[in-house]
Ligand binder design. Structure first.
Ligand code: PFF
Length: 450
């Protein structure tokens, strides 16, 4: 496919919005809060923040360098930068990770559609005494309705990708992200003012390291990669659509900041409510769906806020799902030389099949285990904790040891046109080359052995 046939973003702002759209999603609003709850609160958050700052920013810079320099999909960019080597396999791992994530992401998106329908029926405001835990369980464990909701979510995401990079992904993200931000911020402020919210705030901000294990650290690292869409070629793919004169550093810092702020605000919206209403923070994937409806039922005007929230929740999820689809579409259409339309159609059928299995894993197939996990948990856990982590490792090794510092500096400074402080170039490259690889390996080993 020639360069002119590939899509592109219209501006640096467009790149930032699309990247933030990819990063901010269910990872922030659904996965982060429940992992915080499962891993003891503030200590997990602190470890998460250290990863984001020390490792994720450099990994993101690496992916940007690979994608913009390579100017092609996640696999071909490696091949162009390291011809006749095995490095493109790192890209293939990324494609596989994208498939794994899209094997469960639309199921959670479908839960969001289901709850939007409930909100539209004013289910939450009408009955203050609903058992929200039971409501959640019955909603996700039945057979057919979750499949329909999942399909609606998947097809909506496919429709956006079908419009292409500029008209679909970029336009959609520009409208959706600010709406979401102000909504979640408002909900967080309300939740933090609830009577009894103090315990939740302490849980979020007062660390207790006594319960931290290797698994906690690995979960924080996996979540950081997952939330920032790192280690699997999403950033490489989007960076290949970025203009040569945009600033990689500025785009990366903006994306990382937006994503982190969203995660913390989502935590502030959910944890205080968990404590104020007497729920357990450790209830796993259902946490957001159990807690927030109770919060909405308590709020003046909560019926309307619930509707707006679930719309925004879905928009955030869609802007992430489309980046996952784009990784696959860019690769398969360019590799197999078939149109984007056909590639999408075939992928959609394939993903519908995988997501059906994941959805049923919450009900009829709950007893079918792989490595002790149900199928959906398996896709979720393996993609973040192993595939993206391994992908991130290969990416830093590639930039640190294969393409090297000259290219790295050239890309970050746009060939000397942008001034970037020397300490930042040296510092980030040092982390990429010497610190990140052994630390990532050590954490994965500790989590497997420990
Ligand atoms: N970052 C997304 C989220 O937080 O929901 C999930 C995701 C999107 C992961 C795109 C990976 C990716 F390539």
């Amino acid at each position: 496919m020639s360069a002119s046939e590939r899509g592109s973003f219209s501006s640096s702002f467009g790149v930032i919005v699309a990247m933030a759209g990819s990063a901010v999603g269910l990872g922030n609003m659904w996965r982060f809060p429940y992992l915080v709850g499962e891993n003891g609160g503030a200590a997990f958050i602190l470890i998460y923040l250290i990863f984001v700052l020390v490792f994720c920013l450099p990994v993101m810079l690496c992916e940007f360098v690979i994608g913009r320099r390579g100017g092609a999909n996640a696999v071909k960019s490696f091949a162009l930068l390291a011809p006749k080597s095995a490095w493109p396999l790192a890209g293939v791992l990324g494609i596989l990770a994208a498939i794994f994530i899209m094997a469960f992401y639309p199921v959670i998106g479908g839960w969001g559609v289901n709850y939007l329908v409930k909100a539209l029926n004013f289910t939450f405001s009408r009955a203050g005494e609903i058992d929200y835990g039971a409501l959640f369980n019955s909603s996700v464990s039945s057979t057919v309705p979750p499949l329909i909701y999942m399909a609606i979510f998947l097809l909506a995401s496919v429709a956006v990708v079908a419009f292409g990079v500029k008209n679909g992904i970029e336009k959609c993200s520009k409208v959706m992200m600010p709406v979401l931000f102000f909504l979640v911020l408002g909900i967080a402020i309300y939740a933090m003012c609830l009577p009894g919210a103090g315990d939740g705030i302490r849980y979020l901000f007062r660390p207790d390291f006594s319960a931290v294990t290797g698994k906690t650290v690995a979960a924080a690292m996996g979540q950081a990669f997952f939330s920032l869409s790192l280690g699997m070629g999403a950033v490489i793919t989007y960076a290949s659509y970025a203009g040569k004169n945009t600033s990689i550093l500025r785009e990366s810092i903006a994306t990382v900041s937006a994503d982190t702020v969203f995660a913390i605000i989502a935590g502030c919206a959910i944890m205080p409510a968990v404590f104020a209403f007497g729920y357990s923070p450790e209830q796993g994937p259902g946490l957001v769906f159990v807690t927030l409806p109770a919060l909405f039922a308590d709020m003046p005007g909560g019926g309307i806020i619930a509707i707006l929230f679930f719309i925004a929740f879905l928009l955030a999820a869609i802007t992430s799902a489309i980046s996952l689809l784009e990784v696959m579409v860019a690769y398969f259409s360019e590799r197999l030389k078939i149109s984007r339309g056909w590639t999408l159609a075939i992928l959609t059928i394939f993903l519908l099949g995988l997501c059906t299995l994941s959805s049923l894993a919450n009900g009829p197939l709950a007893d079918r285990k792989i490595f002790g996990m149900d199928l959906m948990t398996f896709f979720d856990y393996t993609s973040a904790n192993f595939m993206m982590t391994l992908g991130a490792l290969l990416i830093v090794l590639f930039v640190g040891w294969k393409i090297g510092k000259t290219v790295y500096v050239e890309e970050l400074t746009n060939g000397g046109k942008i001034r970037v402080p020397r300490w930042l170039l040296d510092g980030t490259f040092f982390v990429i080359k010497y610190i990140a690889p052994p630390v990532i390996v050590a954490i994965v080993l500790v989590s497997i052995l420990g």
